[in-house]
Design a protein around this ligand. Structure first.
Ligand SMILES: NC(=O)c1ccc[n+]([C@@H]2O[C@H](COP(=O)([O-])OP(=O)(O)OC[C@H]3O[C@@H](n4cnc5c(N)ncnc54)[C@H](OP(=O)(O)O)[C@@H]3O)[C@@H](O)[C@H]2O)c1
Length: 326
């Protein structure tokens, strides 16, 4: 789907230093250790670049296609960032730009042509699309095996069933971020504020799975749980996934807990995170305001893309199960 990740890799490089806690918040009293996403993304992207190079040595150039509808500057900017990153990693990045008055049929025709093109391995439709178009219908038209966002219903189903497949980028990036920074998750209590389809819901499934970097006791709270602070206050790991600026305050955090800021809202270009900066005084570790979850989201997109190219190549060569993720 490709919603803009907050603190996008290009706009928020791995500038935060774990040794400078004040950078989390600009708050002199901050004590929490920082959990920047930049180094996590760099490691994942280095691995992706190696896998791309291996495919190219075999005569396959992985291709990640993008579709943009309309002339929204921010969306065009996100596409440019992804294309630049794709080129740096060795991907081809064919692009279709439809006018703002494109019809649903126009959009589906472009999606179908990328679906049918064996030289295209991954496909993302930039979100949002103009109001007269149905984004969810477009998402469902994307070939699930080319779905680099991992948001197609078939891939959400694979996730729910524990089957291999492209994983939703932001939740998968959060699991990677926790693992990279050595935060134990297995057996610990994770509380997620928000049950949205992009973040809270798939993250709950992911972190509850039987795997050393997951395997948590996961609780999801939302507007149906008015006393949600009762739950967040007992969390070893608290994930904000509501999209309500400043909703997580120090009194909602167990002292020493790990706080992951996923939810964000934009006021123009200004980023308003769910996690109030004063939480850094109570938390043991916390993602920085910019450059936390965003860079890992982008990195997972490219990991999904190279895995899609590997699957397609294996299937074309008659080796391997094309539904299995790399
Ligand atoms: N960092 C990244 O790269 C990245 C990527 C994707 C998404 N995001 C952000 O993640 C956030 C979540 O996105 P989403 O699409 O998964 O979710 P969503 O559909 O926007 O849903 C938000 C969730 O938060 C809950 N919520 C909202 N206000 C609340 C309140 N006052 N008290 C308790 N719960 C409340 C809602 O509860 P109900 O279900 O009861 O309404 C809902 O479950 C958004 O801010 C989005 O921008 C970030």
């Amino acid at each position: 789907m490709s919603q803009p990740p907050h603190g996008d890799a290009a706009s928020a490089p791995a500038s935060s230093s774990p040794s400078d806690p004040s950078e989390a918040s600009g708050d002199a009293a901050a004590t929490a250790r920082l959990l920047p996403g930049g180094p996590v993304a760099e490691r994942i992207l280095a691995e992706v670049a190696e896998r791309v190079a291996a495919l190219i040595r075999r005569g396959v150039t992985p291709a990640l296609a993008t579709v943009l509808v309309g002339d929204d500057d921010a969306s065009a900017g996100y596409i440019r960032i992804k294309q630049r990153q794709a080129a740096e990693l060795g991907f081809a990045s064919p692009h279709a730009h439809l006018p703002a008055d494109a019809t649903q049929a126009d959009l589906h025709a472009v999606i179908e042509s990328f679906n049918a093109d064996p030289a295209v391995h991954g496909l993302l439709v930039q979100y949002p699309v103009p109001a007269h178009l149905d984004y969810d219908r477009a998402l469902m038209a994307v070939d699930p095996d080319k779905d680099v966002d991992g948001m197609h219903p078939l891939n959400m189903g694979r996730l729910a069933l524990g089957l291999p497949g492209p994983l939703p980028c932001t939740p998968a990036g959060i699991e990677e971020l926790l693992a990279h920074h050595g935060i134990p998750v297995s057996g610990r209590e994770v509380v997620i504020l928000g049950r949205g389809a992009t973040l809270g819901r798939p993250l709950a499934i992911l972190l509850g799975q039987k795997r050393p970097t997951a395997n948590a006791a996961v609780t999801v709270v939302h507007t149906g749980v008015p006393d949600w602070p009762r739950y967040t206050r007992r969390a070893d790991i608290l994930v904000a996934a509501a999209g309500v600026p400043g909703i997580i305050r120090p009194e909602h955090v167990k002292p020493g807990a790990v706080v992951i800021g996923g939810g964000v809202r934009y006021a123009g270009r200004r980023l308003l995170p769910d996690v109030d900066e004063s939480c850094a005084r109570v938390a043991g570790a916390i993602t920085p305001r910019v450059g936390g979850v965003g860079p890992t989201t982008v990195a997972m997109l490219f990991r999904n893309a190279v895995a899609a190219a590997e699957r397609a190549t294996a299937a074309a060569n008659g080796s391997g199960d094309p539904t299995v993720s790399g």
